[in-house]
Design a protein around this ligand. Structure first.
Ligand SMILES: Cc1ncc(COP(=O)(O)O)c(C=O)c1O
Length: 401
């Protein structure tokens, strides 16, 4: 089969009825791959972006109990007071800093928090800095609202670490915000505290906002401490930190996230929140309180399981011809490269069609990485082994020169 016949357009053609800003939203490569896979049999997914473990029992019970207790109305606009208190306490203890419930707003997943933060600051004539590759929401949301985006490319050879000097050098007089995501989706890279400190210091000096997406903050391997923006700023004047329960407690479908910022920023965001989703899901906010009060057993056993999977995946990628990997320190993704110039989308499509292994093409996450594939290890060790029993012989047969 020729590669060109498999080319797909990740952007749908323009339709005059829609706001032209909609053109900033690509058709997600993830959806395309998963939809194609759904029409096939015997597919092994290395494509999943959510935990495959069941949510903790105390969390499920708390949601059910809240429903039975009639907790089906709206909460306060900022969120359920008990959850705001629990989060303030939890973050205050984790990063040894004073946080008040007034620094927090509960949202419908981290997705809504990101939507509010990014669209609240983006406007025509404003410039933003985003890592590349990155989670696919950031640049489109900024561009939809007229913002101009500079992408800072990261490379597999450097474990996809973000170079803080490149970020600082990209700052322009009209730069309004820098977007960070550690651990990163799609690379699993964790930024060291030196990277955060350099960027935060420069941003504070120049009055630039740092918007930090920390949804994978508990998926940190090898016993390392997680460097959060919250642990490296003296005040919250120029930062917004976004997170959620989705990845930490396998609660992605319960849709509870939050944003942490200065009290002034939270006041403004509360007004905006009223115009998007009003409030987050009430019984699932009670489930969030239970998650925070449930101890660390769930997270500890999840980390042990994901560490085993990561280690095996790293070995298997090393044994695979044409793939250059590295050892990711967080999240549940590895983003290996194919040789320079190889079209990762074509490879992902052929892999799916010819071996039944579903991966996500690198170009879903940015412009600098069209020769990469995102592999998720949010699936059993057995599935990972079986996927590579198919991938390795297939790769041996390819000639990408
Ligand atoms: C980096 C990143 N941020 C945010 C989200 C969205 O999380 P939520 O389910 O809380 O909306 C995801 C989900 O995959 C993600 O990978």
């Amino acid at each position: 089969m020729s590669l060109s016949t498999l080319d797909i357009d990740l952007y749908e053609s323009e339709d005059p009825i829609w706001n032209p800003a909609m053109m900033a939203i690509p058709v997600p490569g993830i959806r395309k791959m998963v939809n194609m896979a759904a029409a096939m049999e015997d597919v092994i997914h290395l494509s999943i972006g959510q935990p495959d473990l069941p949510a903790p029992e105390n969390v499920v019970n708390a949601a059910v109990e809240a429903l039975r207790a009639g907790q089906t109305g709206y909460t306060m606009d900022a969120g359920l007071p008990e959850l705001l208190e629990s989060l303030a306490l939890y973050y205050g203890q984790r990063y040894q800093r004073e946080l008040s419930p007034d620094n927090i707003m509960i949202t419908t997943g981290a997705t809504e928090a990101l939507y509010l933060a990014l669209t609240a600051v983006s406007a025509p004539g404003r410039h933003f800095i985003v890592p590349d590759p990155a989670f696919m929401l950031y640049a489109p949301l900024l561009r939809m609202n007229g913002g101009e985006v500079t992408e800072i490319a990261t490379r597999a050879e450097k474990n996809h670490q973000l170079d803080p000097q490149e970020v600082i050098d990209a700052i322009q007089p009209n730069t309004y915000a820098i977007i960070l995501n550690s651990p990163s989706n799609p690379t699993g890279t964790v930024y060291p505290k030196e990277t955060l400190e350099a960027i935060l210091q420069e941003a504070a000096y120049r009055g630039i906002e740092v918007i930090s997406d920390e949804v994978y903050d508990h998926l940190i391997y090898d016993g390392k401490e997680y460097p959060s923006v919250l642990g490296h700023t003296s005040d919250l004047d120029n930062v917004m930190v976004v997170s959620s329960f989705s990845k930490t407690y396998s609660m992605a479908g319960m849709r509870i996230g939050w944003i942490i910022a200065s009290q002034g920023a939270i006041k403004r965001l509360r007004r905006y929140h009223m115009f998007t989703t009003t409030v987050a899901n009430t019984p699932c906010q009670w489930a969030g309180v239970a998650a925070l009060n449930g101890g660390s057993h769930f997270i500890d056993s999840m980390l042990a399981e994901y560490t085993r999977r990561r280690d095996r995946l790293v070995e298997l990628v090393e044994q695979t011809p044409h793939l250059t990997g590295y050892k990711p320190e967080g999240a549940f993704y590895l983003f290996p490269s194919l040789p320079e110039g190889v079209n990762g989308t074509n490879v992902a499509l052929r892999l799916l069609k010819e071996t039944g292994v579903c991966t996500i093409p690198g170009e879903t996450f940015g412009h600098s990485c069209s020769n990469a594939l995102r592999l998720s290890y949010s699936t059993s060790l057995d599935n990972i082994e079986q996927a590579f029993e198919r991938i390795i012989p297939w790769m041996h047969k390819q000639d990408f020169s």
